[in-house]
Design a protein around this ligand. Structure first.
Ligand code: GTP
Ligand code: SF4
Ligand code: MG
Length: 377
């Protein structure tokens, strides 16, 4: 998800697959003179030279595919734009650009490169290197830590945690802290008191799983900077200001409101699942309390819909609020595209970490990373 996503768009038969194969140096996609050979997006993870680094090449179906499934193929191709860091529009020497893709990409703030058959791969790669957005690979911990700092990590290992391994956001943050030459002390909520007491000095940062925000807030001194894995992910990938503003909409929910919980992956839900169980219950309790009914009553609304994986509703207008997961498996463009769609639809959007901080009354206390220095390499 941290790879630079480079997508190739154009008319059928324009040479998209030939170009992707030439860059990859292997047959990633089928090439043929038959228009409409590529029907679904084809992805290839690859390491590119000239400082571009880890990338994903995405070959797509021709945008002018006029076959019976053409409209559906076009829809799937356009959906790729939501994951794209750089759009390459491929065209034959004589043919015109496929209308609207360049405009759509530009509207979404995606750098567009026009490639005409005959240009060398080396020349195209040099243009891609120059267009590479600086923020593709930021540090999750941003400006909150520096070399030599001690960071305390609170990582619950409850029934929701996968057996025998540590979840991706925690692994990413741990690896990053080691890269940044910080000292990481990991504990569970149960061992937090002992871990805190073992520290001779105040840690530079405490990073917790958002689900135990309230407990960690009460357990550590008020002057210890506190954030969550989910907030770090959100600020590296999304628009944290929009998310923070969006959380205020929680206070306006009532029993007739409709909330979309959006997750970037399709995992098997658990009995303690944060998106399907914990956040919905907290929202219902809050609304029930606001209605004067028992705070424990889970009967009152709001109505909650779940969208997982690539399924993100095209029509967001029925919703009063969208709460997105940390999107650890999605790239930055995906989160930005969803945030943009929510903004266009006039629907507040926030994320799990910010919503949980708000629901536990500690959003004010939470620290949010500033712009991160770019990763080396
Ligand atoms: N002469 C020449 N032929 C090319 C070039 N690039 C592609 N072709 C030929 O054009 C035809 C279509 O190439 P593809 O790479 O399959 O084109 P595509 O854009 O992926 O086509 P669809 O998957 O059908 O949308 C094939 O016969 C290729 O051999 C090129 O740079 N020069
Ligand atoms: S993509 Fe979202 S729901 Fe899936 S594991 Fe990552 S943060 Fe959780
Ligand atoms: Mg093709």
């Amino acid at each position: 998800m941290e790879r630079l996503h480079i997508a190739f768009f154009g008319a059928v038969n324009s040479g998209k697959s030939t170009l992707v194969n030439a860059i990859a140096g292997q047959q990633v996609s089928l090439v043929s003179p038959v228009p409409g050979t590529t029907t679904d997006p084809v992805r290839k993870a690859i390491e590119l030279p000239l400082g571009i680094g880890p990338a994903v090449l995405i070959d797509t179906a021709g945008l002018d595919d006029s076959s019976i499934l053409g409209a559906e193929r076009r829809r799937r191709t356009l959906a790729i734009l939501d994951q794209t860091d750089i759009a390459v529009i491929v065209r034959r020497e004589t043919a015109a650009d496929v209308p609207d893709i360049g405009t759509l990409a530009a509207q979404a703030g995606i750098p567009v490169i026009c490639y005409t058959r005959g240009e060398t791969v080396e020349s195209l790669l040099a243009r891609i290197a120059a267009a590479r957005p600086a923020e593709v690979n930021p540090y999750l911990t941003g400006n909150l830590v520096q070399e030599g700092d001690t960071v305390l990590l609170v990582m619950p290992q409850d029934s929701e945690a996968p057996k025998g391994r540590i979840i991706l956001p925690q692994v990413q943050v741990l690896r990053e802290l080691l890269d940044r030459r910080c000292n990481a002390l990991c504990c569970t909520p149960e061992s937090l008191a002992g871990a805190s007491a073992s520290l001779r000095e105040r840690p530079a940062l405490v990073i917790t799983d958002s689900q135990v925000f309230g407990l960690v807030d009460r357990s550590i001194p008020k002057d210890w900077p506190l954030t969550s894995f989910s907030i770090l992910l959100a600020s590296a990938k999304g628009d944290i200001r929009t998310f923070t503003e969006g959380a205020q909409a929680i206070g306006r929910l009532n029993s007739r409101s409709r909330v979309l919980i959006a997750e970037a992956c399709t995992h098997v839900p658990d009995t303690e699942d944060i998106g399907r169980v914990k956040i919905p219950n907290l929202l219902r309790k809050r609304v029930a309390a606001g209605c004067g009914t028992s705070g424990d009553s889970l009967l009152a609304g709001p109505r909650i819909d779940i969208a997982a994986g690539n399924d993100f509703p095209e029509d967001l207008s029925p919703y009063d609020l969208i709460i997105h997961c940390g999107a650890c498996v999605a790239n930055r463009q995906t989160v930005r595209a969803r945030t943009r769609k929510a903004r266009l639809a006039g629907v507040p959007i926030t994320n799990y970490g910010i919503a949980l901080a708000y629901l536990q009354g500690i959003l004010e206390r939470v620290v949010i990373p500033g712009p991160a220095p770019r990763k080396e390499g």
